[in-house]
Design a binder for this molecule. Structure first.
Ligand SMILES: [Zn+2]
Length: 391
């Protein structure tokens, strides 16, 4: 068995410590997000480089089990170890010659959410919960439903009525109960909160359980095993992915394993729903909820994040940036990555790509930068978006 250096959890807002075996979903003092803590000083004496981190004794994300909480049983569907595509041909044409695309569509259920749900459902299995719950605009619900099927845990997914067609059917295919709630993601979240009340055992809402961030950290470890980028460009809704990158790089730094400075983190949102971009531009520490979120990219149609302060800190501390792109830019990005690269990306992945083009045009990302754009999911579920735009 690999060693785990896991020590417990600490609140990302108030710093309160929570013991490792706790079933707490969020901070008992302030309801802030719990983050896993490791004995990095001890581990630092035993690892020499990033590849030696990948000795966790399992496939995919479990190669990094030393930097994940230990689970009695790992619930796995083959998540992680997705390709880092050499996209330098395309990069030259947009003025960013050192471009790579981390293609997360290769995960189970077709999105990066699989990494987080593999870890979160493994924890739920250890805790022995009788049912798992999540509010979701699509990919998180699909991933939770699939991993719960693998773990044989009953599952309830609350989706807003504006969720792309097919999501409810696929969740049910995995055996989940699906509740369709009129409105947007916060409405689905409210319906779920009203149902479970104060008993949040089994709830894996964004930043209301500690393990989804841990599973997603492995994206950074995989990238860093192959190249050391100057920038990582990421589409951002709830923001677990950005916090995961920031936490992963902080851990690599504490372990003395960074070969170059930590990459700058660029957050991309849609112009129709850009609370974090607005807050970052105004130099604020917190983001105000976006009043009427509207974008074709349903995965980032998220008016507010519970971890807004952490996300803004991650952008700031990494020397990063934030950019908003239009729906037209997003759909152009989908078509361009198809035509010029052979990739059918999600609208969210296309938003990140469009965001990179914008940041490069504005001079924020220099032509000599080595850049990783993360395509968070595949495009096939969103084929309907392209029809009105066929040329
Ligand atoms: Zn707290």
């Amino acid at each position: 068995m690999p060693t785990s250096y896991f020590e417990g959890y600490r609140c990302g807002a108030c710093g309160r410590e929570v013991p490792s075996g706790s079933a707490a979903a969020e901070c008992p003092s302030c309801a802030g997000p719990l983050l896993a803590v490791y004995d990095l000083a001890l581990m630092r004496r035993l690892v020499r480089d990033v590849p030696s981190l990948a000795a966790g004794g399992g496939p995919g994300i479990w190669r990094y089990a030393n930097l994940l909480p230990p689970y009695a049983r790992r619930v796995s569907l083959g998540e992680g170890r997705t390709p880092l595509l050499d996209s330098r041909g395309l990069g030259r044409s947009i003025g960013v010659p050192e471009l790579f695309i981390k293609d997360e569509s290769a995960n189970p259920t077709g999105s990066f959410k699989a990494r987080g749900m593999a870890a979160a459902v493994s924890r739920l299995a250890d805790l022995g919960v009788s049912r798992a719950f999540v509010p979701s605009a699509g990919n998180a619900g699909l991933a939770l439903a699939a991993y719960c099927a693998a773990a044989r845990i009953p599952c309830s997914v609350f989706i807003p009525s504006e969720t792309p067609e097919g999501v409810a059917e696929e969740c049910r295919l995995y055996g989940a109960d699906v509740t369709v709630v009129p409105g947007l993601l916060p409405d689905a979240a409210k319906a779920l909160d009203a149902l479970v009340g104060s008993d949040r055992a089994g709830v894996v809402s964004t930043f209301r359980e500690p393990c989804r961030v841990e599973g997603k950290k492995t994206m950074a470890f995989e990238i860093e095993e192959e190249i050391s980028p100057d920038w990582i460009v990421f589409p951002t809704g709830g923001g677990t992915g950005v916090v995961a990158f920031w936490k992963a790089y902080g851990e690599l730094e504490a372990l003395g394993l960074l070969r170059r400075p930590m990459p700058r983190l660029a957050v991309v949102q849609s112009e129709g729903c850009a609370p974090l971009v607005a807050a970052w531009r105004d130099g604020l520490d917190r983001a105000a909820p976006w009043p009427r979120p509207e974008t074709v990219a349903s995965g980032i149609r998220v008016p507010g994040s519970r971890a807004d302060a952490l996300i803004l800190r991650a952008i700031r501390e990494s020397g990063g940036a934030a950019a908003a792109v239009s729906d037209a830019d997003i759909l152009d990005g989908v078509r361009e990555l198809g035509r010029e690269h052979g990739l059918f990306v999600s609208p969210e992945g296309a938003a990140a790509y469009a965001g990179l083009k914008r940041l490069a045009r504005e001079g924020t990302i220099s032509p000599s930068s080595r850049v990783v754009v993360v395509n968070t999911a595949g495009g096939a579920r969103y084929r309907f978006l392209l029809d009105p735009y066929e040329r």
